[in-house]
Design a protein around this ligand. Structure first.
Ligand SMILES: Cc1cc2nc3c(=O)[nH]c(=O)nc-3n(C[C@H](O)[C@H](O)[C@H](O)COP(=O)(O)OP(=O)(O)OC[C@H]3O[C@@H](n4cnc5c(N)ncnc54)[C@H](O)[C@@H]3O)c2cc1C
Length: 395
């Protein structure tokens, strides 16, 4: 009989895992995702009506890079599906008002209609049940199966999310060795003595200006104590020739330390806090871009707190995923490889292979289940691994 797989989490790692399982002829796979606007997790966009016109803002992942051949194949597929394109504007670093283009960045990929185009394309290949919040899972050792909330029994369970949700979900699931890996601590600085997953928070400000700011770059990593990233979203959506003619949308990210100092419950941001964060980040935006007083009053603003934004450390595990062959459970996600889109995708791929091998009996081995963590390679949100030898030439 066909073996069934429940994947909890429809971010990039969960969707890639499901798509690869399907490619390996495992067709009874269901992805459960809680996203109200569709799957995608931390790779998503918001379409917002500003003055009668719809504008798309990338409010989490901004762009991605490719340095791994396995991921390059996925990107090539996504390109054929029309889901990704290359962002051609100037991206670099901003320090004390001075912009320097990033010469390490060979190609910056983005979703063709916002980053959400990527999960949308992957989700079209697999079965996604959403919005569905999985609140309870339990290993039934007599059946050798997982009970997943009200959705019945599955042969395999995949945890494709992290943070408090995964920590809580697995706390009474009957697999303490797996729960141990998912225990989490929130901080803006890595504590090397704590052998635990550590996640930081980030505030995002989405802002639209009635006219172009005419900045000579489309995005910048910022060296500042309040802002870490600014990006002109409008430049992603339209040809550069039409830029500067009307509303211009920007995404601004705070630093980790700013988010840590201004933490509130992300689902219930007090209106006064939202106003305060908006004003502070807008003033900082004027300061870092040196637009200062010439910054036009925005025609739209919205703030969002990413409570569990990016991992500060990753599991020290060569296998790029976690798999427990005794209890038919696996974990995938960016925190098992590198905190970025490529890392999440590779982890999803690796876990699909493990499940397929286990299922076909070729190997019953578990991965290392010890909670040994190492610092994430890059301080930059998104990590952006690159390989100058790998240049993608769309055919
Ligand atoms: C602000 C920000 C900016 C970033 N910028 C970049 C960038 O520019 N480039 C880059 O490469 N990376 C960037 N990243 C990192 C990148 O977004 C992540 O590495 C990647 O998207 C992680 O994918 P994932 O599948 O591991 O996890 P997630 O995307 O977190 O997916 C987990 C999914 O599980 C769902 N879920 C959780 N609990 C449950 C439950 N109980 N039941 C059902 N569903 C559940 C969640 O809703 C979510 O959809 C950024 C991240 C953030 C937050």
């Amino acid at each position: 009989m066909e073996r069934s797989v429940a994947i909890i989490g429809g971010g990039i790692s969960g969707l890639v895992c499901a798509a690869r399982l399907k490619q390996l002829n495992m067709n009874n796979v269901t992805v459960f995702d809680t996203g109200k606007h569709g799957p995608g997790g931390r790779c998503s966009s918001r379409t917002i009506n500003v003055d009668g016109n719809l504008h798309t803002f990338d409010h989490s992942a901004q762009y991605f890079t490719v340095s791994d051949q396995r991921f390059a194949k996925i990107v090539s597929f996504l390109h054929k599906q029309g889901a990704v394109k290359i962002w051609n504007g100037k991206i670099g670093h901003l320090k004390e008002g001075k912009f320097t283009q990033d010469d390490q960045l060979t190609q910056a990929f983005i979703g063709s209609d916002g980053m959400v185009s990527i999960p949308k394309s992957l989700a079209s290949l697999v079965q996604v049940k959403g919005p569905s919040w999985i609140a309870h899972v339990e290993w039934d050792s007599s059946l050798g199966k997982w009970k997943v909330d009200k959705y019945g029994y599955f042969n395999y369970l995949v945890i494709a999310h992290n943070g408090k949700c995964a920590d809580n979900l697995m706390s009474n699931a009957g697999v303490p060795n797996i729960h141990r890996l998912l225990q989490v601590r929130f901080s803006d600085t890595l504590n090397m003595r704590e052998n635990k997953m550590q996640l930081c928070s980030i505030w995002a400000l989405l802002v639209a200006f009635p006219s172009s700011l005419k900045l000579p770059y489309v995005a910048a990593h910022v060296e500042d104590n309040q802002i870490s990233w600014i990006a002109n979203n409008t430049s992603k959506m339209v040809a550069r020739a039409t830029l500067g003619k009307s509303v211009e949308c920007w995404t601004i990210f705070s630093t980790k330390s700013f988010a840590s100092a201004n933490k509130v419950p992300q689902e219930h941001i007090p209106p006064a806090k939202a106003k305060d964060i908006t004003n502070t980040l807008l003033t900082a935006f004027g300061r870092v871009t040196r637009i200062h007083k010439q910054l036009p009053p925005p025609c739209f603003t919205r703030v969002q707190l990413w409570g569990a934004a990016v991992p500060l450390n990753v599991l020290q595990n060569k296998e790029e995923c976690v798999f427990d062959g005794q209890n038919n459970i696996g974990i995938c996600g960016d925190w098992l490889v590198s905190p970025c889109i490529q890392g999440a995708a590779i982890s999803g791929l690796a876990l699909a292979e493990k499940i397929h091998n286990n299922c076909s009996g070729s190997t019953r081995n578990s991965t290392d289940l010890l909670p040994r963590f190492k610092p994430a390679e890059s301080e930059t949100i998104g990590a952006f691994p690159s390989n100058p030898e790998m240049i993608f030439n769309p055919k």
